[in-house]
Ligand binder design. Structure first.
Ligand code: NVA
Length: 314
């Protein structure tokens, strides 16, 4: 077997994605039944950006798998500044069984994976947030009984990590994925092309539009995310202020009425009520965001168990 990582959503095949989601559902029903980290083995969980859900769900999940979560503050470690990513990878990989890293550039994560000798998990980069997508797909399965064939619409910043991950992960899941975003915030062309190829393979489709009503029309799942991602704080005024290009994509009750009557609403959190989502939507009956937040735990546990089984190259 070869060493595996989750650096982007398309590191998993459709069959692997399904197997992880099914295992996550089983783990949710029996929280400590599987203990592949018993020993305890250490998993290093490193943060170069703020966190709440990710730290909580990885620490809880690693403990429930029988392991020890070593939380590393990236502002102290100064990876890439104090020493190279490669040297950090070599050191951490000698002690930890797995590395979970939230950082900025995707290339940093790729360097970590190249040199660590243990599985590396993307806990959010500027480009992708694949752990969130596993949680989102688990939530869709719980509420809709399936993923394939459903339409998921993401509204907001089409160029951010969540938009890119929705494109790839939903295409792999055989969904019809639509991105509604201002023309200046289109997803990266290479990611759209990759998603189109995956959608063609798995029976789904991809659509990117700057028309919010066309994007949301008839959707089974409506998802959004902050307009100001971590690291973009300098742009906050233009993105949140008067005349924001994202304002027409705000998930309000009026816009949601164009979706299917039984549509569910996702938000990876943290949420900014009155901006990307209205308070009466996120706090209303169609919102499943608290299930979604809990499902980070179960999805990531199943992911870690899967990667550990493929990690015997060390
Ligand atoms: N796009 C957001 C996701 C937060 C979980 C960010 O990168 O800040």
């Amino acid at each position: 077997m070869t060493l595996r990582h989750l650096l982007a959503d398309d590191d998993l095949t459709a069959a692997e994605q399904t197997a992880i989601l099914e295992r996550a559902a089983a783990m949710k029903a029996a929280r400590t039944a599987e203990q592949p980290l018993a020993g305890p083995q250490t998993v290093a969980v490193i943060f170069d950006k703020p966190t709440l859900r990710t730290q909580l769900s990885f620490a809880t999940g690693i403990a429930e798998l029988g392991g020890y979560p070593m939380i590393v503050d990236g502002t102290l470690a100064q990876i890439g500044t104090r020493e190279s990513v490669a040297d950090v990878a070599r050191v951490v990989g000698r002690q930890a069984s797995m590395i979970v890293w939230r950082t900025f550039a995707q290339e940093r994560l790729e360097q970590m994976a190249e040199h660590a000798g243990v599985p590396v998990i993307n806990a959010l980069t500027d480009d992708y947030h694949p752990c969130q997508l596993l949680a989102d797909l688990l939530t869709v399965r719980e509420h809709k009984g399936k993923t394939a064939g459903l339409t998921l619409t993401y509204l907001g910043d089409g160029a951010n990590n969540m938009a890119h991950s929705y494109l790839l992960a939903c295409a792999i899941a055989g969904m019809h994925v639509r991105i509604g975003t201002p023309a200046d915030h289109w997803p990266r062309a290479a990611v759209v092309a990759r998603a189109e190829a995956l959608a063609a393979e798995h029976g789904g489709s991809v659509q990117v539009t700057d028309d919010p009503i066309a994007a949301v029309s008839g959707a089974d799942v409506v998802a959004t995310d902050t307009w100001v991602s971590m690291g973009m704080e300098a742009e906050a005024d233009g993105r949140h202020g008067e005349g924001s290009p994202f304002a027409p994509f705000s998930v309000t009750g009026d816009l949601l009425r164009h979706a299917a009557a039984d549509a569910i609403v996702l938000h990876c959190l943290p949420a900014y009520r009155g901006y990307e989502i209205a308070a009466d939507v996120i706090d209303g009956p169609q919102s499943v965001v608290w299930d979604e937040a809990e499902n980070r735990l179960h999805a990531q546990k199943a992911l870690m168990a899967f990667l550990l089984e493929h990690a015997d190259d060390r």
